[in-house]
Design a protein around this ligand. Structure first.
Ligand code: ADP
Ligand code: MG
Length: 584
């Protein structure tokens, strides 16, 4: 999957998508398909079954949504439409997110998309189903409810998608999935996407997919790129704080010239505006601009009239800027190869370069792919705090003043000092002067604290299984003498332990082991604290029932904990772990 070097802004058109979809994609600012889209869309449009392995953030939704929308023909046939596609997803959040994405892609087609999931009153769903929809996106449990009630018509279903299939299995939905597949027409097309391919997934594929096309994205199929020697760091930032975090990081890094890569045109435009608001001279570069506009932008960057270029991959392809010091990935590129291309723009000819990547916590797997391809470690750093920023700005001011002191043209400013010297102390005059310098250098008043997403610090740990059996039997850890054990509060066996507990928003996790498995609170604390970046003190109330347990943890850690615990056993049992369904 080497990226080709010629601009290919109409890459989606080459896939043969209908014009309504192409216009929607242009409207969203997508410039070209991601690798999984490029590989999956043609066979899916041709009616093939498909088995795809790709990490989060690679663009899987559009990979199945666009072929689905090729089959939607609103208005044809009259009467209430019946669903032509059923997408199964593990959680209600994903049901909503995927529905929204399909709706956006299909906006011009007026495709009706309905998310159905537990927790939402079933009445509303019944009403909409009755009126008729083209695509249903459901969690397996609620889909089964509807199938049993006879309220989800499946006869017209041509395509079933299992999105994040491994996740669904981990959550204990195997039987539901089986039953749903049984209930759909035999001649349907079946698509299965999963970030991992454990044997259980292969089994489902073997039984329910017919001669599937297999796609694997993210495993380096090419030789590792000649990654230049640059300092590579990544920051974990929640989506809502990304723009603020980037501003902060750039202020601290103070790049001489940087290029910031975004996924879409719209993102390029928004971010350019934000950065300009922060005092950067930034310029947008994307495929929607004509050659003349692009040349002008490049000219400004080369001449130093602009500090930052905000660009999409397509627009920046082949672009060579002499004095670039920083490459920033505002999103983790959806293909590790793209990362190599991007950072290839700095650190040339022995000069020092810096590559910065902003990742949402759920994109961590993509970072691992990149590390594998580049065979270099990405250091995960903390977003600078307000205090860090202030300290850095002072440093920059000190540098500026020092530089001015070394110049020999100071004499002509002596009149200013002479005019003030009778009235004020020299130190005070100096302070006032420094303040002016400081303000003039554009030090932004930025006092928003950006929540830190602490990092699981297990990246250097040996593979599980070499240092540990991989299972947490309370006994091993009961003594808490191992170097990795974190302080656990409360005595062993205590059901209600005095913990500091999580600060801020708290969510409840369902863990599929309970009293029947002899699980005690400290087993859960030990497993979570050992596998994730949480410590015992971050874990809140634990309730243990016969067959499962509920554990409170900080909301912002939920995805990471689920991900980290996926392959762990607790007291020798592999436990399903997921957000508690009743956790609003
Ligand atoms: P996945 O399901 O693999 O985790 P998503 O489908 O959720 O990935 O896509 C991740 C992000 O990438 C979304 O914000 C989506 O809008 C964006 N995206 C998807 N395809 C493209 C594309 N071809 N160009 C630009 N952005 C894209
Ligand atoms: Mg997805």
């Amino acid at each position: 999957m080497t990226e080709d070097q010629t601009p290919q802004a109409d890459g989606f058109a080459d896939l043969g998508l209908r014009p309504e979809l192409l216009r929607a994609l242009t409207g969203l600012g997508y410039e070209e398909p991601t690798p999984i889209q490029r590989e999956a869309i043609p066979p899916l449009m041709a009616g093939r079954d498909l088995l795809g392995q790709a990490a989060t953030g690679t663009g899987k939704t559009a990979a199945f949504a666009l072929p689905i929308l090729e089959r939607v023909h609103p208005g044809v046939g009259g009467g209430a439409p019946e669903p032509v596609a059923l997408v199964l997803v593990p959680t209600r959040e994903l049901a909503v997110q995927v529905s929204e994405a399909i709706y956006k892609y299909g906006r011009e087609l007026k495709a009706e998309v309905l998310p159905i999931y537990g927790g939402q009153p079933i009445g509303r769903q019944l009403q909409v189903l009755k009126r008729g929809v083209h695509v249903v996106v459901a969690t397996p449990g609620r889909a089964i409810d509807h199938i049993n009630r006879g309220t989800l018509p499946l006869d017209a279903v041509e395509l079933v998608v299992l999105d994040e299939a491994d996740e669904m299995l981990d959550m204990g939905f195997a039987d539901e999935i089986e039953a749903i597949l049984q209930a759909t027409p035999d001649n349907r097309q079946t698509v299965l996407f999963s970030a991992t391919m454990p044997p259980r997934i292969n089994n489902i594929a073997k039984r329910h997919l017919t001669d599937p096309v297999r796609i694997e994205i993210g495993r380096a199929s090419t030789e590792p790129g000649e990654a230049p020697l640059v300092r590579q760091s990544a920051y974990l930032v929640a989506r809502s704080h990304k723009a603020a975090a980037l501003g902060r990081i750039l202020d601290v890094e103070a790049p001489a010239a940087a290029i910031v890569f975004c996924r879409t045109r719209n993102e390029v435009d928004d971010l350019t505006e934000t950065l300009n608001g922060r005092g950067y001279r930034s310029e947008a570069l994307h495929g929607g601009m004509d050659q003349e506009q692009r040349d002008r932008v490049m000219g400004r960057l080369r001449s130093g009239t602009a500090d930052l270029l905000v660009a999409t991959d397509v627009a920046a392809r082949g672009l060579d800027v002499e004095h670039l010091t920083h490459v920033v990935n505002y999103d983790v590129p959806s293909a590790a190869e793209a990362y190599v291309h991007r950072i290839g723009r700095v650190g040339r000819a022995g000069r020092e370069g810096v590559a910065i990547t902003l990742a949402e916590p759920r994109e961590r797997r993509l970072l691992a792919n990149i590390e594998r391809l580049t065979r270099q470690k990405l250091t995960i750093e903390k977003v600078p705090t307000v205090a860090d920023l202030r300290a850095r700005q002072m440093e920059l001011t000190i540098d500026q003043v020092r530089e001015a002191l070394q110049a020999d043209d100071l004499d002509r400013f002596r009149v200013v000092i002479d005019a003030l010297a009778d009235e004020f102390e020299l130190t005070d005059i100096a302070l006032a002067t420094v303040k002016l310098v400081h303000q003039a250098s554009g030090a932004t008043d930025d006092d928003e604290e950006i929540p830190d997403i602490p990092v699981r610090n297990d990246r250097d740990r040996p593979q599980r299984g070499t240092d540990h059996s991989g299972s947490y039997k309370g006994g091993d850890r009961g003594g808490s003498s191992g170097p990795r054990s974190k302080p656990e509060r409360g005595g062993p066996g205590g059901q209600s332990q005095a913990r500091r507990g999580p600060q801020g928003d708290v969510s409840r996790l369902y863990v599929g082991v309970g009293r029947g498995d002899k699980v005690r609170p400290q087993d859960l604390v030990g497993a979570i604290a050992g596998e994730t970046r949480l410590s015992g003190g971050d874990i809140g109330a634990i309730r243990i029932f016969d067959r499962f347990a509920l554990v409170e943890i900080p909301t912002d850690a939920v995805e990471d904990v689920i991900e980290a615990m996926r392959n762990t056993t607790i007291r020798g049992k592999k436990a399903a772990i997921r957000r508690d369904r009743d956790d609003a």
